[in-house]
Ligand binder design. Structure first.
Ligand code: SF4
Length: 255
């Protein structure tokens, strides 16, 4: 089994367990309050039970779509509403349950990014280069470099001390936009400026997850940065993986 499959399955298994837990707890809660509801108004009991069942059905459809799409990397996202509800409700519960069991939030978020990326592979949508933005974190820049690349990445002198020069080369090769975001606010501003239809984001697990959720429904393919010197300091990126991802997402005739 490949390493990325293990991490993808971590989130899928945890979220499925969280769903069963949520269903069990809400059913138990309903069972306790049902007699009181009946005292208030006799139809409240059957109405609340029907609503609860509908909620479970939508969540199960969302879960099924996510599981099948992520595992087989084929598009089973038939009920978008159910998938969105699944993501909004199950993500925080999965993080909570996973932390209680003993998994680090970092590992669960990494796994979530793999699930998110498998959706993009499953949908198999292609984009024109001008619709694509490569969004990078500031910590990729070498700590000793004094050039202000967050204003304009093309200020980079391409000295080779960090990956930014090579990333510009890749962006130019495919004629896609590229920018550095120094925090979430600037990232949102950059997205508003470029108005991309697809974002290839490099960041740590935490920033990638918040980025994916912030810019929804714009699809974001996340590449986790490499942190040989610890978080937020002289980070690196797998250039071959980024290049291959970009190549796969651009219309074949425009590569
Ligand atoms: S490649 Fe060199 S000039 Fe460019 S940002 Fe990195 S350290 Fe600075």
């Amino acid at each position: 089994m490949k390493a990325n499959k293990v991490t993808k399955y971590l989130y899928l298994i945890l979220s499925l367990s969280s769903l069963f837990l949520l269903m069990g707890l809400t059913t138990l809660l309903w069972w306790f309050i049902a007699p009181r509801l009946e005292d208030i108004y006799e139809l409240l009991r059957p109405i609340s039970l029907t609503l609860l069942r509908l909620f479970f059905i939508v969540l199960m459809i969302g879960t099924g779509s996510v599981m099948l799409t992520s595992i087989f990397e084929k598009n089973f996202l038939i009920a978008k509403f159910a998938v969105n509800l699944y993501n909004i409700i199950m993500y925080p519960i999965t993080i909570f349950l996973g932390s209680i069991i003993g998994f680090s939030r970092e590992k669960i978020r990494e796994s979530y990014i793999h699930v998110n990326n498998s959706f993009i592979k499953a949908i198999k949508q292609r984009f024109h280069p001008k619709e694509i933005l490569i969004l990078l974190p500031h910590c990729l820049q070498n700590n000793e470099c004094k050039i202000r690349v967050s204003n304009d990445i093309y200020n980079c002198g391409k000295c080779g001390k960090c990956d930014i020069g090579d990333l510009i080369y890749i962006a130019d090769k495919y004629k896609v936009s590229i920018a550095i975001a120094n925090g979430g606010t600037l990232a949102r501003r950059i997205v508003l400026k470029f108005k991309p239809k697809f974002i290839l984001a490099v960041a740590c697990d935490r920033d990638l997850v918040s980025g994916v959720q912030d810019v929804f429904p714009i699809p974001v393919y996340g590449i986790l940065n490499i942190r040989p010197e610890g978080p937020c300091f002289n980070t690196r990126v797998d250039l071959e993986k980024l290049d291959a991802t970009l190549k796969n997402i651009i219309y074949e005739e425009e590569r």
